[in-house]
Design a protein around this ligand. Structure first.
Ligand code: NAP
Length: 259
């Protein structure tokens, strides 16, 4: 299936590893010119080389912290009129809400709510003028089924989700869609570090903890980042112009509800 987006321009945030990287790869394979960012320059440049080797769209790498004003300015300067915006950032740490102070909350809200909102604000009007835009916010299955130890993530992402629900119906008339893509457990560095904590706490080995967690998913496995990237590319496709304001779960069936 040709997704009809060759030659489009995309900003993919937090994309040197894991889910963001997979989204950038899938878009580049479709011939999209991608501008990617992450804080660690070396890893980012290596990823940019890998994506270039796919032989699709061009790759521009901007080393920055996307949660900072300077980071947002830098990526927008490199790609001022994107057709596609994939919002992503590292997730907040797990813990007990009794231990979090105002600074912890502000960090989480900055990264997982306000940064996507300001990047949408900076790009959505241009997309509407040009009559094409696809915005995908990488959030979490925790938006539908909050996870107790991830209170910072539950709270900040719920704020973003509520905001997007309000505007996604205002942009679609101009062929600009805004959707959330909600990962369940995908085998990335983030999941590996969470599994290490679980293993330590339970006295299991990493392998035992990982096998137990994978087996508890209806699919009997973790998701692969490539699966996520291809779904993201579909949501960014020409064909997906009638999908907006949705929060699409990709979790192997882990969420037990019907809706
Ligand atoms: P990952 O494998 O740890 O990759 C995170 C990527 O984001 C890296 O490229 C990292 O590079 C970059 N990054 C982090 N903070 C950044 C910042 N402030 N500015 C720019 N780049 C930044 O994580 P992942 O598994 O792909 O997760 C992506 C998002 O999905 C996270 O918000 C996570 O909480 C959420 N999520 C993941 C899962 C899962 O199972 N994997 C499940 C639910 C939700 P640098 O560190 O060099 O900046």
């Amino acid at each position: 299936m040709d997704l009809g987006i060759a030659g489009k321009k995309a900003i993919v945030c937090a994309a040197s590893k894991g889910l963001g990287k997979a989204c950038a790869e899938s878009l580049a394979r479709e011939g999209v010119d991608v501008t990617i960012c992450a804080r660690t320059e070396e890893t980012l440049n290596a990823t940019a080389e890998e994506i270039r080797a796919l032989g699709g769209g061009s790759v521009t790498a901007i080393a920055c912290d996307i949660t900072s004003q300077a980071g947002q300015d830098a990526i927008l300067a490199a790609c001022p009129d994107p057709d596609i915006l994939v919002n992503n950032a590292g997730g907040p740490p797990p813990g007990d809400f009794r231990d979090w102070d105002r600074d912890d909350w502000i960090k989480a809200v900055d990264a997982n709510m306000l940064t996507p909102i300001f990047l949408i604000k900076a790009t959505v009007d241009g997309m509407m003028d040009r009559k094409f835009g696809r915005i995908v916010n990488i959030t979490s299955s925790a938006v539908k089924a909050p996870i107790d130890i991830l209170g910072l993530s539950n709270g900040a992402r719920a704020g973003l989700t509520g905001f997007v629900a309000g505007i996604a119906r205002k942009t679609v008339r101009n062929n600009v869609t805004i959707n959330g893509l909600l990962p369940g457990p995908f085998y990335t560095d983030r999941l590996i570090s969470n599994l290490k904590v679980t293993a330590e706490k339970s006295g299991q080995s990493f392998e035992e903890a990982a096998a137990q967690k994978a087996a508890s998913n209806p699919a009997g496995r973790f998701g692969q980042a490539e699966e996520f990237g291809d779904y993201c590319a579909y949501l960014c496709s020409a064909q997906a112009g009638y999908i907006t304001g949705q929060n699409v779960l990709m979790d192997g069936g882990n969420f037990p509800g019907t809706l």
